[in-house]
Design a protein. Structure first.
Length: 277
């Protein structure tokens, strides 16, 4: 589904939600209380500013007795076999964000991955899948990165643990090209990239990756992920804690200039390794 038609479908979702809510004679605040979000969030759903997560859509159906219409709409709009169920909604939010901040402890973030690096990561996790499956996953990942080419692209802040620079994903040549791609984006000021060096030791996000997203007309969210699941967080208190974690990470990283130098040095190391084999 193209982005324009998808947005139109979310607008229909919002119009229908407002109609069903008003027919039931309840306010946004009352519905929000029933489905465990704020009344303001209900208003944002109705205006298609923010998209509800599947469990919220299910609770809306239960509260308004709408026979599953909002769950079905939500599933259709976030359903993309190229993304894990828990990540599809994050992809939608990336397209709307005005700022994205990420911490990557071991793997280059998807928005920065080259085709060859993405292929190597996908094959490593899915060694028995056919090429068509790998190609679909990689294409989806590259499509996500197009938001960085848009004139209205979000501010993109990335903190990479030095692990990311040292693990030879897909072999030294692929890793060198990946690091050179990151360096180019940093030099072009498409992204602010900093590196958390090994010497920093313990840090604020020892639990794993972290993504923060800000929006023009909606509250910020945080996203965390493990190998088999992801959690999208919109609780203001928890998001604020996640933002503080990212602030602590950022002050522990090298400066953008020193980080760029380290990235380029690591790329050169992999280039030399590739040429000697």
């Amino acid at each position: 589904m193209a982005n324009g038609s998808r947005q139109a479908a979310w607008e229909f979702f919002g119009i229908e939600l407002k109609r069903r809510r008003e027919d039931a004679g309840i306010t946004q605040v009352e519905l929000g209380a029933r489905v465990f979000v704020s009344g303001g969030y209900i208003g944002q759903f109705e205006q298609a500013i923010r998209k509800p997560q599947l469990d919220v859509a299910q609770r809306i159906d239960e509260s308004l007795q709408t026979d599953g219409i909002f769950e079905r709409l939500c599933r259709k709009l976030i359903d993309d076999p190229r993304y894990a169920d828990y990540f599809a909604h994050v992809v939608e939010l990336e397209r709307l964000a005005t700022r994205i901040c990420e911490f990557a402890p071991t793997v280059v973030p998807g928005l920065l991955q080259t085709k060859e690096y993405a292929s190597a990561v996908t094959i490593a996790a899915n060694p028995f899948k056919p090429d068509t499956y790998v190609d679909d996953i990689v294409t989806a990942r590259l499509e996500r990165s197009l938001i960085l080419d848009d004139a209205t692209r979000p501010e993109y802040w990335v903190a990479l643990h030095e692990n990311v620079l040292r693990i030879p994903v897909g072999g030294p040549q692929v890793t060198a090209a990946q690091l050179e791609h990151i360096a180019r984006l940093a030099r072009e000021r498409t992204a602010v990239v900093t590196v958390l060096p090994f010497a920093a030791g313990a840090h604020a996000a020892m639990g794993g990756m972290l993504k923060l997203m800000d929006f023009e007309d909606a509250p910020p969210v945080a996203y965390t992920e493990t190998e088999y699941s992801g959690t999208l967080i919109d609780s203001p208190a928890v998001v604020m804690h996640a933002q503080r974690t990212y602030d602590l990470l950022r002050v522990a990283t090298l400066s953008p200039e020193a980080s760029l130098a380290l990235i380029e040095s690591a790329a050169e190391d992999f280039r030399r390794c590739a040429s000697s084999t």
